[in-house]
Design a protein around this ligand. Sequence first.
Ligand SMILES: [Zn+2]
Length: 259
Amino acid sequence: MPTVREVEKALYELAPRDLAQNWDNVGLLVGDPDREVTAVLVALDVTQAVTEEAEERGCDLIVAHHPLMNCTWSPVQSVRTDHPQGRLITTLIQNEISAICMHTNLDSTKGGVNDALAAALDLQDVSPLSEDGIGRIGVLKREMPLAEFAAYVKERLQAGGVRYADGGKSVRQVAVGGGACGEYATLAASLGCDTFVTADLKYHDFQNALGLGVNLLDAGHFPTENVVCSVLDDFLRSRFPGLAVICSSAHRDVIHYYI
Ligand SMILES: [Zn+2]
C-alpha cells in the first residue's frame, strides 16, 4: 500500500502544486507522511462528521478540496479542544487520520473542479474562462430559456435551489466557476457568454449582472464543487489499484432551502 507521502505526490500529478494561488494552503496538512495508507475517504471538506465517518469506515487518510487550516476562512493560531477547529485537528491526530487538501490547484487544473462542473452541466467545446485557469466556458447542446436552465442546473448539480438574475438572454454560451467566483462575471460577459453559473453571490453581484447583460446563477458552493469528489475517487482508484477509496456519504450541503 502507498504511504501518505506517495498519495500526496500522486495528487500533485492531477493538480500540480504550482497551480495553487499563493495565499492557499494545499498538500498534506495533518499526519505522518511515512505512514502507510489502507483506505481513503474523499470529501469536499474535512469536517467533524467526515472525520467520524473516516473512523467508522476504517479510513486512515482523508483527501479533501478545502484546506482545513491556515487559509483565508480558517486561520490557525492554536490547537485547543475547546475550539471547534482545534477539536477537529485533535480528533484527526488522536485517530491517526491524515488529511491532504487540494484546493485552488484542483480548481484550475485540467480535469479538476471546473471541468467537472462543466461536464456535470454537459457543456460542449469547453475552454478556460480566465488566464489563471479558473472557470470554464462552454456551449449547451440546446439553447434554453433561463427559467428552464435554472431548473436544469438545480437537477444536474442536485442543488437545494438556485438563485438567479435575469440578464434578458436565453441560455447557450455558458461560463462556470465552481465555488465563490463572482468576480469573474465581468470577464464572462466580456467574452460573450450569456450566462454565468457560480456560487456565494451577493445582492450587488446580481444587480451588476443586469448592467452587464448576463444571466447570473448562484447554484451554491457545495453543489458547484462537490462534483470534483468523483474525479478524486476515479484518480486514486486508477493510480493505486487495490487501495480502498470511498466517497463520503456523511458530507452534505450545510445550507438548506425552505421552499
Ligand atoms: Zn470552494
